[in-house]
Design a protein around this ligand. Structure first.
Ligand SMILES: Cc1cc2nc3c(=O)[nH]c(=O)nc-3n(C[C@H](O)[C@H](O)[C@H](O)COP(=O)(O)OP(=O)(O)OC[C@H]3O[C@@H](n4cnc5c(N)ncnc54)[C@H](O)[C@@H]3O)c2cc1C
Length: 295
């Protein structure tokens, strides 16, 4: 399996974007089967460069992150990126988790702080890490992993100072040893461009910054989602979603068109990749990639 930093270097040389998909560990066995036997194979048929698997706030889904990463790599010979958070972990626990990832042949970690279980304020675990930059440094010191971090084009929801203050912390993560940035989802490309220009030109961040893209599946779902992660729904998009109401089929069709247009503009300006939040459903992401000629 490859280091993701090498994938970015190889693709840069070809002028093609790095395409990646994000999955989350399902809560049920039926969800596992659907993801592993239907959705992942359908998405992998489009030949992405890597897939990532999120890491939950606690409980059994944490073990499933390792299981899904392992199956993606073994069954599809595709590089996987394991998300890892500081929530409820001591440094020693993180150290043994890294050993487990290494034993599975997983060479890539997305280093995150994570959020509190249930959505409350993050609590520092005694003997753990307070910020993701500390986790990045720990992983870098632990050995040879390629490390990704999260970036927030609209600023992180918990940073009450300013988005620029949050972006400064992204610089700390890159200085600590991150190799690439995957961003939070956003719907206005202007937010991404402002963020990218600030961190590259003003702060000197030089690693690939990859926009996070979601194809909307339903108005209700994206409203819930954005309330949790703090991404805004621009007024014109809000009006369109309100007009679509509960018609999920129409919302999905519209979501594919919207994401396609967003990606077309991002590709025109030369982003290094596209990271898709698949929500464990293949259809919309596959359609967007087909529209872009990238499937
Ligand atoms: C691509 C992507 C994937 C994600 N995957 C997961 C996942 O798998 N599991 C999960 O639980 N969550 C996931 N998240 C959500 C993420 O964990 C939360 O948004 C979390 O609140 C912030 O994580 P971070 O790594 O950016 O934290 P940090 O970089 O630690 O930042 C957290 C907050 O602290 C501030 N901060 C950072 N450093 C300092 C400092 N030195 N002093 C003062 N303030 C500081 C930042 O501005 C920010 O407000 C993901 C997010 C993205 C964008």
């Amino acid at each position: 399996m490859k280091f993701i930093r090498d994938i970015f270097a190889e693709k840069k040389a070809t002028g093609k974007p790095v395409v990646s998909f994000e999955f989350f560990p399902p809560k049920t066995e039926e969800g596992d089967r659907n993801l592993l036997e239907k959705q992942i194979p359908a998405l992998i048929a489009t030949r992405p460069d890597f897939c990532s698997v999120t890491y939950g706030a606690g409980g059994s889904t944490r073990e499933k992150t390792l299981m899904i990463v392992d199956r993606i790599q073994r069954e599809h010979q595709l590089t996987a990126l394991a998300h890892l958070t500081c929530v409820n972990h001591t440094q020693a626990e993180i150290g043994s988790l890294l050993e487990k990832f290494r034993a599975l042949g997983c060479k890539n970690i997305l280093a995150l702080r994570g959020d509190a279980p249930g959505g409350g304020e993050f609590q520092l675990t005694p003997g753990g890490f307070e910020f993701s930059s500390q986790l990045v440094k720990f992983i870098r010191d632990a050995g040879d992993f390629s490390i990704g971090v999260a970036g927030f084009p609209e600023g992180h929801i918990a940073n009450k100072i300013s988005k620029q203050a949050d972006w400064q912390h992204l610089k700390e993560k890159t200085d600590a040893g991150a190799d690439f940035v995957l961003t939070q989802l956003f719907f206005d490309n202007a937010d991404f461009f402002e963020f990218r220009d600030h961190v590259t030109k003003k702060l000197g961040v030089q690693i690939p910054i990859v926009p996070g893209i979601i194809a909307i599946l339903s108005a209700a779902q994206i409203t819930r989602f954005t309330q949790l992660c703090g991404s805004k729904i621009p007024p014109a998009l809000r009006a369109k979603l309100d007009a679509l109401g509960n018609d999920d089929e129409a919302a999905m069709k519209f979501g594919i068109e919207y994401a396609t247009q967003q990606c077309e503009e991002l590709l025109r300006v030369g982003v290094p990749g596209l990271h898709f939040y698949t929500l464990n459903k293949a259809h919309s992401t596959v359609q967007v990639l087909k529209n872009l000629g990238l499937a």
